[in-house]
Design a protein around this ligand. Structure first.
Ligand code: SF4
Length: 309
């Protein structure tokens, strides 16, 4: 019988006490349990950074890959074995710094997996330098001077790149994060979940107290759930270009809300054929069996050489 401990490992966890990463990994494990996904049907891929250790702590297939390269590696795995539930994790520095090109081009493909961004505004593993999501002018305790360049808005970039499920949640609201991750995993296509994550060791600006609005004249949580408002980012008819553009435009406008009020929930969602669907149209053999079940040793490549001669 599957239990929460089914998804846990005995690997020592050295994340700092109070790190938001604990909320994210708990939410991932609770989601896998809720969906009753057996560990051998799940693969977790990570980049480099504090978040990169996630696959070590989840009892499933796992691959701790290279800095910024996690998305192409996960893409290859999903194409080889589409029956796997693929969860990709990485930090904002990893995914939107060195990995930014892969982030954009993955959005264009619409491979069926879920990318979870641990977004804390700093490079935690290397002592808290400004990461791509830290806004210009902000100075955390680990920086000698404020950030001198503009920050990247992950939601804006994801919508513009073509991700077909774009959402945001919060590491310390495990229930909302679990719901969001489940919706992302159940979505057929590339799901992107921007998780606002506290880093108590290096980011003393976007703290638990800041998200709770302790500093506001009248204390009020900064985060509000879009599902409790009239906002609707779901495209009902993907063949209707006007509706798609309108929903994308609304999502972009919503993505700029930041400050005293910050939206969480689903910004944009659209069901269209995945990359795997389109590849199978082009390579009918994939409809019979995936790459992982095909014979890769006894293949006659003579016709290929003849074609090139
Ligand atoms: Fe978490 Fe920050 Fe510590 Fe990394 S440095 S484990 S992100 S608290």
């Amino acid at each position: 019988m599957l239990e929460l401990k089914t998804y846990r490992t005995q690997v020592h966890n050295d994340w700092c006490p109070g790190c938001g990463d604990f909320g994210i990994i708990n939410a991932i494990q609770m989601t896998l349990l809720e969906m009753q996904l057996e560990p051998h049907r799940v693969a977790v891929f990570s980049g480099i950074g504090c978040s990169g250790k996630t696959p070590h702590f989840i009892n499933a297939y796992g691959f701790h890959t290279l800095h910024g390269r996690v998305l192409p590696i996960a893409t290859g795995a999903k194409l080889a074995n589409p029956s796997l539930t693929v969860v990709v994790v990485g930090g904002d520095g990893d995914g939107l710094g060195i990995g930014a090109g892969h982030f954009v081009n993955t959005g264009r493909r619409n491979v069926d997996f879920t990318y979870v961004l641990y977004n804390n505004g700093v490079y935690g593993l290397t002592k808290g330098q400004a990461s791509p999501t830290l806004p210009k002018g902000v100075k955390t305790k680990s920086m000698p001077l404020p950030a001198i360049v503009e920050g990247v808005n992950p939601i804006t970039l994801a919508v513009a790149s073509g991700y077909t499920f774009v959402a945001r949640s919060y590491a310390l609201d495990v229930r909302h994060l679990k719901q969001t991750l489940r919706a992302g995993i159940e979505h057929r296509g590339s799901a992107f979940v921007d998780v606002l994550q506290t880093c108590p060791t290096y980011n003393d600006i976007n703290t638990k107290e800041w998200y709770s609005g302790d500093d506001l004249p009248v204390k009020q949580a900064r985060l509000y759930k879009m599902e409790e408002t009239a906002y609707n980012g779901v495209v009902s008819d993907p063949s209707n270009g006007a509706e798609v553009n309108e929903k994308k435009g609304n999502a972009l406008l919503k993505s700029f809300e930041w400050g005293d009020k910050i939206p969480v929930g689903v910004f944009f969602k659209m069901e269209v054929p995945t990359f795997e669907d389109q590849l199978a149209q082009r390579m009918p053999i994939l409809k019979e069996k995936p790459f992982v079940e095909q014979d890769i040793y006894n293949r006659d490549v003579t016709p290929l050489f003849e074609e090139l001669a």
